[in-house]
Design a binder for this molecule. Sequence first.
Ligand SMILES: [Zn+2]
Length: 340
Amino acid sequence: MEKLPKREYPVERVIGRGFSEEDFEIARKLMKGRFEEQNITALEERQKTSEEIRIIQQVNEATNALLQRYGARPLDVPPGNVHIISPEHWPESHKDASAFYEFYLQAIAYQDLERKTALAYRTFHEMLHIKFHQASQFVENGSVRGFMPYRSGLGLSSPKRHGQAPYFHKPNEAVIETLAIEYWKNEIEKNPEYADEIKNLNAFKKVLLECMRTEEGRKNLALTEENIQELYYVNYIEEADKYKFDRFSYEEERMALKTLIRKISERKKILEHEVFDIFAKSAATGHMVGLAKLIDGCFGKGTFKKLGEMSRGDSIFSKDGVAKEPGPSTKDLLDFIKNL
Ligand SMILES: [Zn+2]
């Protein structure tokens, strides 16, 4: 396969009305500068070990191979752009996340779980956010004035639509998480480097599955067997005499995407994994026309647009003092897909 030239920084595309070529050049320089300047005091990171640096470099290579597979230009994300933060310093604004990609800082933050496997898998997910197609736009809205995301993978944001809520946010997360789980299964579970951690995890899963055989165990665990299969982190916290769990993310969103893919596959007589690849390719390259045609061709004109609206995330701006608007629930999205 022909090797595509590397990108230098993630957000190469900037859009804005009334911008001159010089303005665009300034904007691009700003985005490049943010990506390169990673001495961020707001993130109270700890120093990475040489082993962690090596793992991040491996994930960088693996995500580049994936971009190449989907016809998108590779991009090196240096270990300096991945910030490992201990739980006590984890930012309150992201308290429910185990990792995130911050557009304004062009940085990935990862909450330390003291597991190499968790670092590899979580970084893989966030690196796809940073490496998939991104474009920025200049937004002026009340007191907000600055560059905001316009495209992020399949995501599409506009200040005119639901206060900058990213359309297609849910399928975008589902595509990325599906690929991260694939990386877990094909690389992390098989690489001797992680064998000890995987052995431990599997031993925990076995104990949990045994607990599920009793009524009391099922009640105490509040997990399904599928949930247990999707655990990537289990730890016993001695002080609290409690287990701490973490499992693969976006379960409902992945279910919604799977349901949609199955329908398209049946109607168009295309294999499910080939339909998935069409979604992934669109997210990686930012080209949405083929995907839009496929979906409208299957379910009627206007369905793609409606799908974007139904799968949007929460709004970023509040409107006229009214609280920020949450996007439709994932259950509503699944019902919408089921009724197509
Ligand atoms: Zn994500």
